[in-house]
Design a binder for this molecule. Structure first.
Ligand code: C5P
Length: 237
């Protein structure tokens, strides 16, 4: 059993840094028992699989946030390649559709240690008018719920969603469906470019399983203190 399985940290620190050196500057101070890490497109494009493997070897549970959206075969192969890096969670775009999500699921079923597979439903940067322009009918919440149900019916483990959506998704998708929420801001922190935010405690109470938090930690005067305060707020030490 790994250290993160024993302690089950609910906080995922978004490593939104431009290079490996700056990311490791923070990671050197972090404990895998206190947080998980998210590597997204910027850091992955700059620092690649080598950094992901380094972080995994240090015992961190890693969410590789590359939001795959391509033809089913390509996504399936990308999922297998991601699994080989030893990450804890990966994701796809639900808008890639049923066949693509099932191909991802089947590819991971062949892996010895498959990561959790989640889907992005509607990007939180998109509003009703952006969906209408794409010819997608319904309010953002309706579209999110529709895509979450589709992801669940394809056997995915959960979705990434806004904290405003967790309560309804928890009701619709049940207790075992994993809800990962960015857009979290402790009461004392600035909002940055996030518009619809929730505090860590409110997000957990609304049904989130994991909180993705970037700048309130990475840009805090003391990132470690900021992380510990959030863990205390959500009832983890
Ligand atoms: O700094 P902040 O806490 O806003 O970082 C949130 C992280 O979650 C960023 O890495 C951002 O790309 C990611 N994210 C998000 N909204 C989504 C999906 C991912 O903010 N819908």
């Amino acid at each position: 059993m790994t250290v993160h399985e024993r302690s089950d940290p609910r906080l995922i620190v978004a490593l939104d840094y431009p290079d490996a050196e700056s990311a490791l500057g923070l990671v050197d101070r972090l404990d895998p028992a206190a947080c998980r890490l998210k590597v997204g497109k910027t850091l992955f494009t700059a620092a690649g699989p080598a950094l992901v493997k380094t972080l995994a070897r240090r015992g961190f549970a890693i969410f590789l946030d590359l939001k795959y959206h391509d033809i089913p075969d390509t996504v399936a192969n990308a999922c297998s390649a991601a699994a080989a890096l030893g990450v804890w969670m990966i994701n796809v775009h639900a808008l890639g559709g049923r066949v693509m999500m099932q191909a991802a699921r089947e590819a991971l079923a062949r892996e010895k240690q498959p990561p959790k597979l989640t889907a992005v439903t509607v990007l939180t940067s998109m509003a009703a008018k952006d969906l209408a322009e794409l010819g997608i009918s319904g309010s953002p919440m309706e579209v999110v719920a529709r895509l979450a149900r589709l992801a669940q019916s394809c056997g995915l483990d959960g979705v990434v969603c806004s904290p405003q959506e967790t309560r309804q998704l928890r009701e619709e998708c049940g207790a075992g469906f994993c809800l990962v929420t960015p857009g979290i801001r402790p009461a004392h922190a600035g909002r940055n470019d996030q518009k619809r935010v929730m505090t860590p405690r409110a997000a957990m109470e609304s049904g989130a399983d994991y909180l993705v938090i970037g700048r309130p930690i990475t840009r805090a005067p003391d990132p470690l203190v900021a992380l510990q305060e959030i863990n205390r707020e959500i009832g983890l030490k």
